[in-house]
Design a protein around this ligand. Structure first.
Ligand SMILES: NC(=O)c1ccc[n+]([C@@H]2O[C@H](COP(=O)([O-])OP(=O)(O)OC[C@H]3O[C@@H](n4cnc5c(N)ncnc54)[C@H](OP(=O)(O)O)[C@@H]3O)[C@@H](O)[C@H]2O)c1
Length: 320
């Protein structure tokens, strides 16, 4: 039987994956509101509009989850997943889409504590079994200018890789086949952490500058704040990557940041969009995470810390 794909987080990226996958597989949103369906207009990357209707289930439903795409913001992810623990089984595959690394470490820690699962009847006979956890790192771009509209802003590439032993044994061929069938360029990554760390450095070197300088990605390159701090930021990121086990020279990190800023020069980053919409940002999972990671390993991270504080002040948010 074709498995249902559940999507936790019916926002921009969740809407994009739902809109494409629903033509091939049963897709259900897990939503906080009590609702039977969610309807929205989907604009694909060629500008074509299609009406989409996706069925919804509340968290407290009892249907076991087989494939769960988690497309909440990093600061919501642990809470959102905790509310579904009663629906997880050792056969559940969970795919995390978040930018930044903060939520990945929170969730891994949560899943390493087997007590969360051993009290659940369906885990009791399976000593030490946990659901399979994967990262789904994507450069697909989506936004939601209104609750009734999802726009596929740009085609990208998605990499899937295991985050725990259960995922390593289960493999990720089935989700890759499903994503490809829905038209997403998808590859398995033998070491997804490398992709996640490299992406973190790009997010650290672009997002906070766009939010503080209130400008599109490409314009940061002319901003005095960027010009005066990018070298020290890359120095910090070089030390962090070395400790993380993915060493890279600071000049290579800087070159990647400059090249992504240039390639996406007219994009308004999600961090700047969040500031403009008076929403919380993902700064704590990005530069905030880099700062904490550096401090835990005795590395100075003044620039990451400064950028984090500036964005937190702009959004009136606390570091979490
Ligand atoms: N958008 C992109 O192009 C893109 C690309 C790559 C990676 N990402 C990453 O993907 C993640 C999601 O980004 P996004 O742009 O899709 O964010 P988004 O549009 O804000 O969507 C997040 C959704 O999660 C929902 N949500 C929050 N808590 C929930 C809960 N407890 N249960 C159920 N739903 C919950 C929110 O519901 P409400 O609307 O009710 O608040 C919202 O619809 C972020 O970490 C982002 O960095 C995004």
């Amino acid at each position: 039987m074709t498995p249902t794909i559940h999507i936790l987080g019916a926002g921009s990226i969740g809407g994009l994956f739902a809109a494409r996958l629903c033509h091939h597989f049963p897709v259900t949103f897990v939503t906080r509101q009590q609702e039977e369906h969610r309807k929205f207009r989907f604009t694909d990357s060629s500008g074509q509009n299609t009406p989409i209707t996706i069925s919804c289930e509340p968290h407290h439903s009892n249907t076991p989850l087989e494939h769960l795409l988690v497309t909440t913001k990093s600061y919501d992810t642990l809470n959102a997943l905790q509310s579904l623990v009663h629906r997880l089984t050792p056969k559940t595959h969970i795919y995390l889409f978040q930018n930044g690394l903060g939520s990945y470490f929170q969730i891994l820690e949560y899943f390493q504590n087997l007590e969360h699962f051993q009290n659940l009847e369906h885990f009791q006979k399976l000593n030490g079994a946990t659901p399979s956890l994967y990262a789904a790192s994507t450069t697909e771009g989506a936004n939601r200018p209104s609750p009734g509209q999802v726009i596929h802003a740009g085609d990208g590439q998605t990499w899937i890789g295991s985050l725990n032993e259960a995922a390593k044994s289960a493999g990720c061929e089935s989700i890759i086949t499903m994503f490809r069938q829905a038209g997403f360029h998808t590859e398995a990554s033998p070491d997804i952490w490398e992709i996640l760390w490299r992406k973190l450095t790009v997010n650290c070197g672009i997002n906070p500058y766009t939010a503080i300088c209130q400008c599109p990605n490409g314009d940061i390159l002319q901003q005095p704040l960027f010009q005066n701090t990018i070298d020290s930021l890359c120095h910090e990121l070089e030390s962090i990557l070395r400790v993380a086990g993915y060493p890279e020279d600071r000049e290579a990190i800087k070159a990647r940041i400059l090249s992504v800023a240039e390639a996406t020069k007219s994009n308004i980053s999600s961090m700047l969009q969040d500031i403009r919409n008076s929403k919380p940002t993902e700064i704590s999972a990005i530069n905030g995470f880099a700062t904490d990671y550096a401090h835990r390993h005795g590395i100075k991270a003044d620039t990451n810390e400064y950028l984090t504080q500036q964005v937190l002040t702009l959004s009136g948010q606390k570091n979490t």
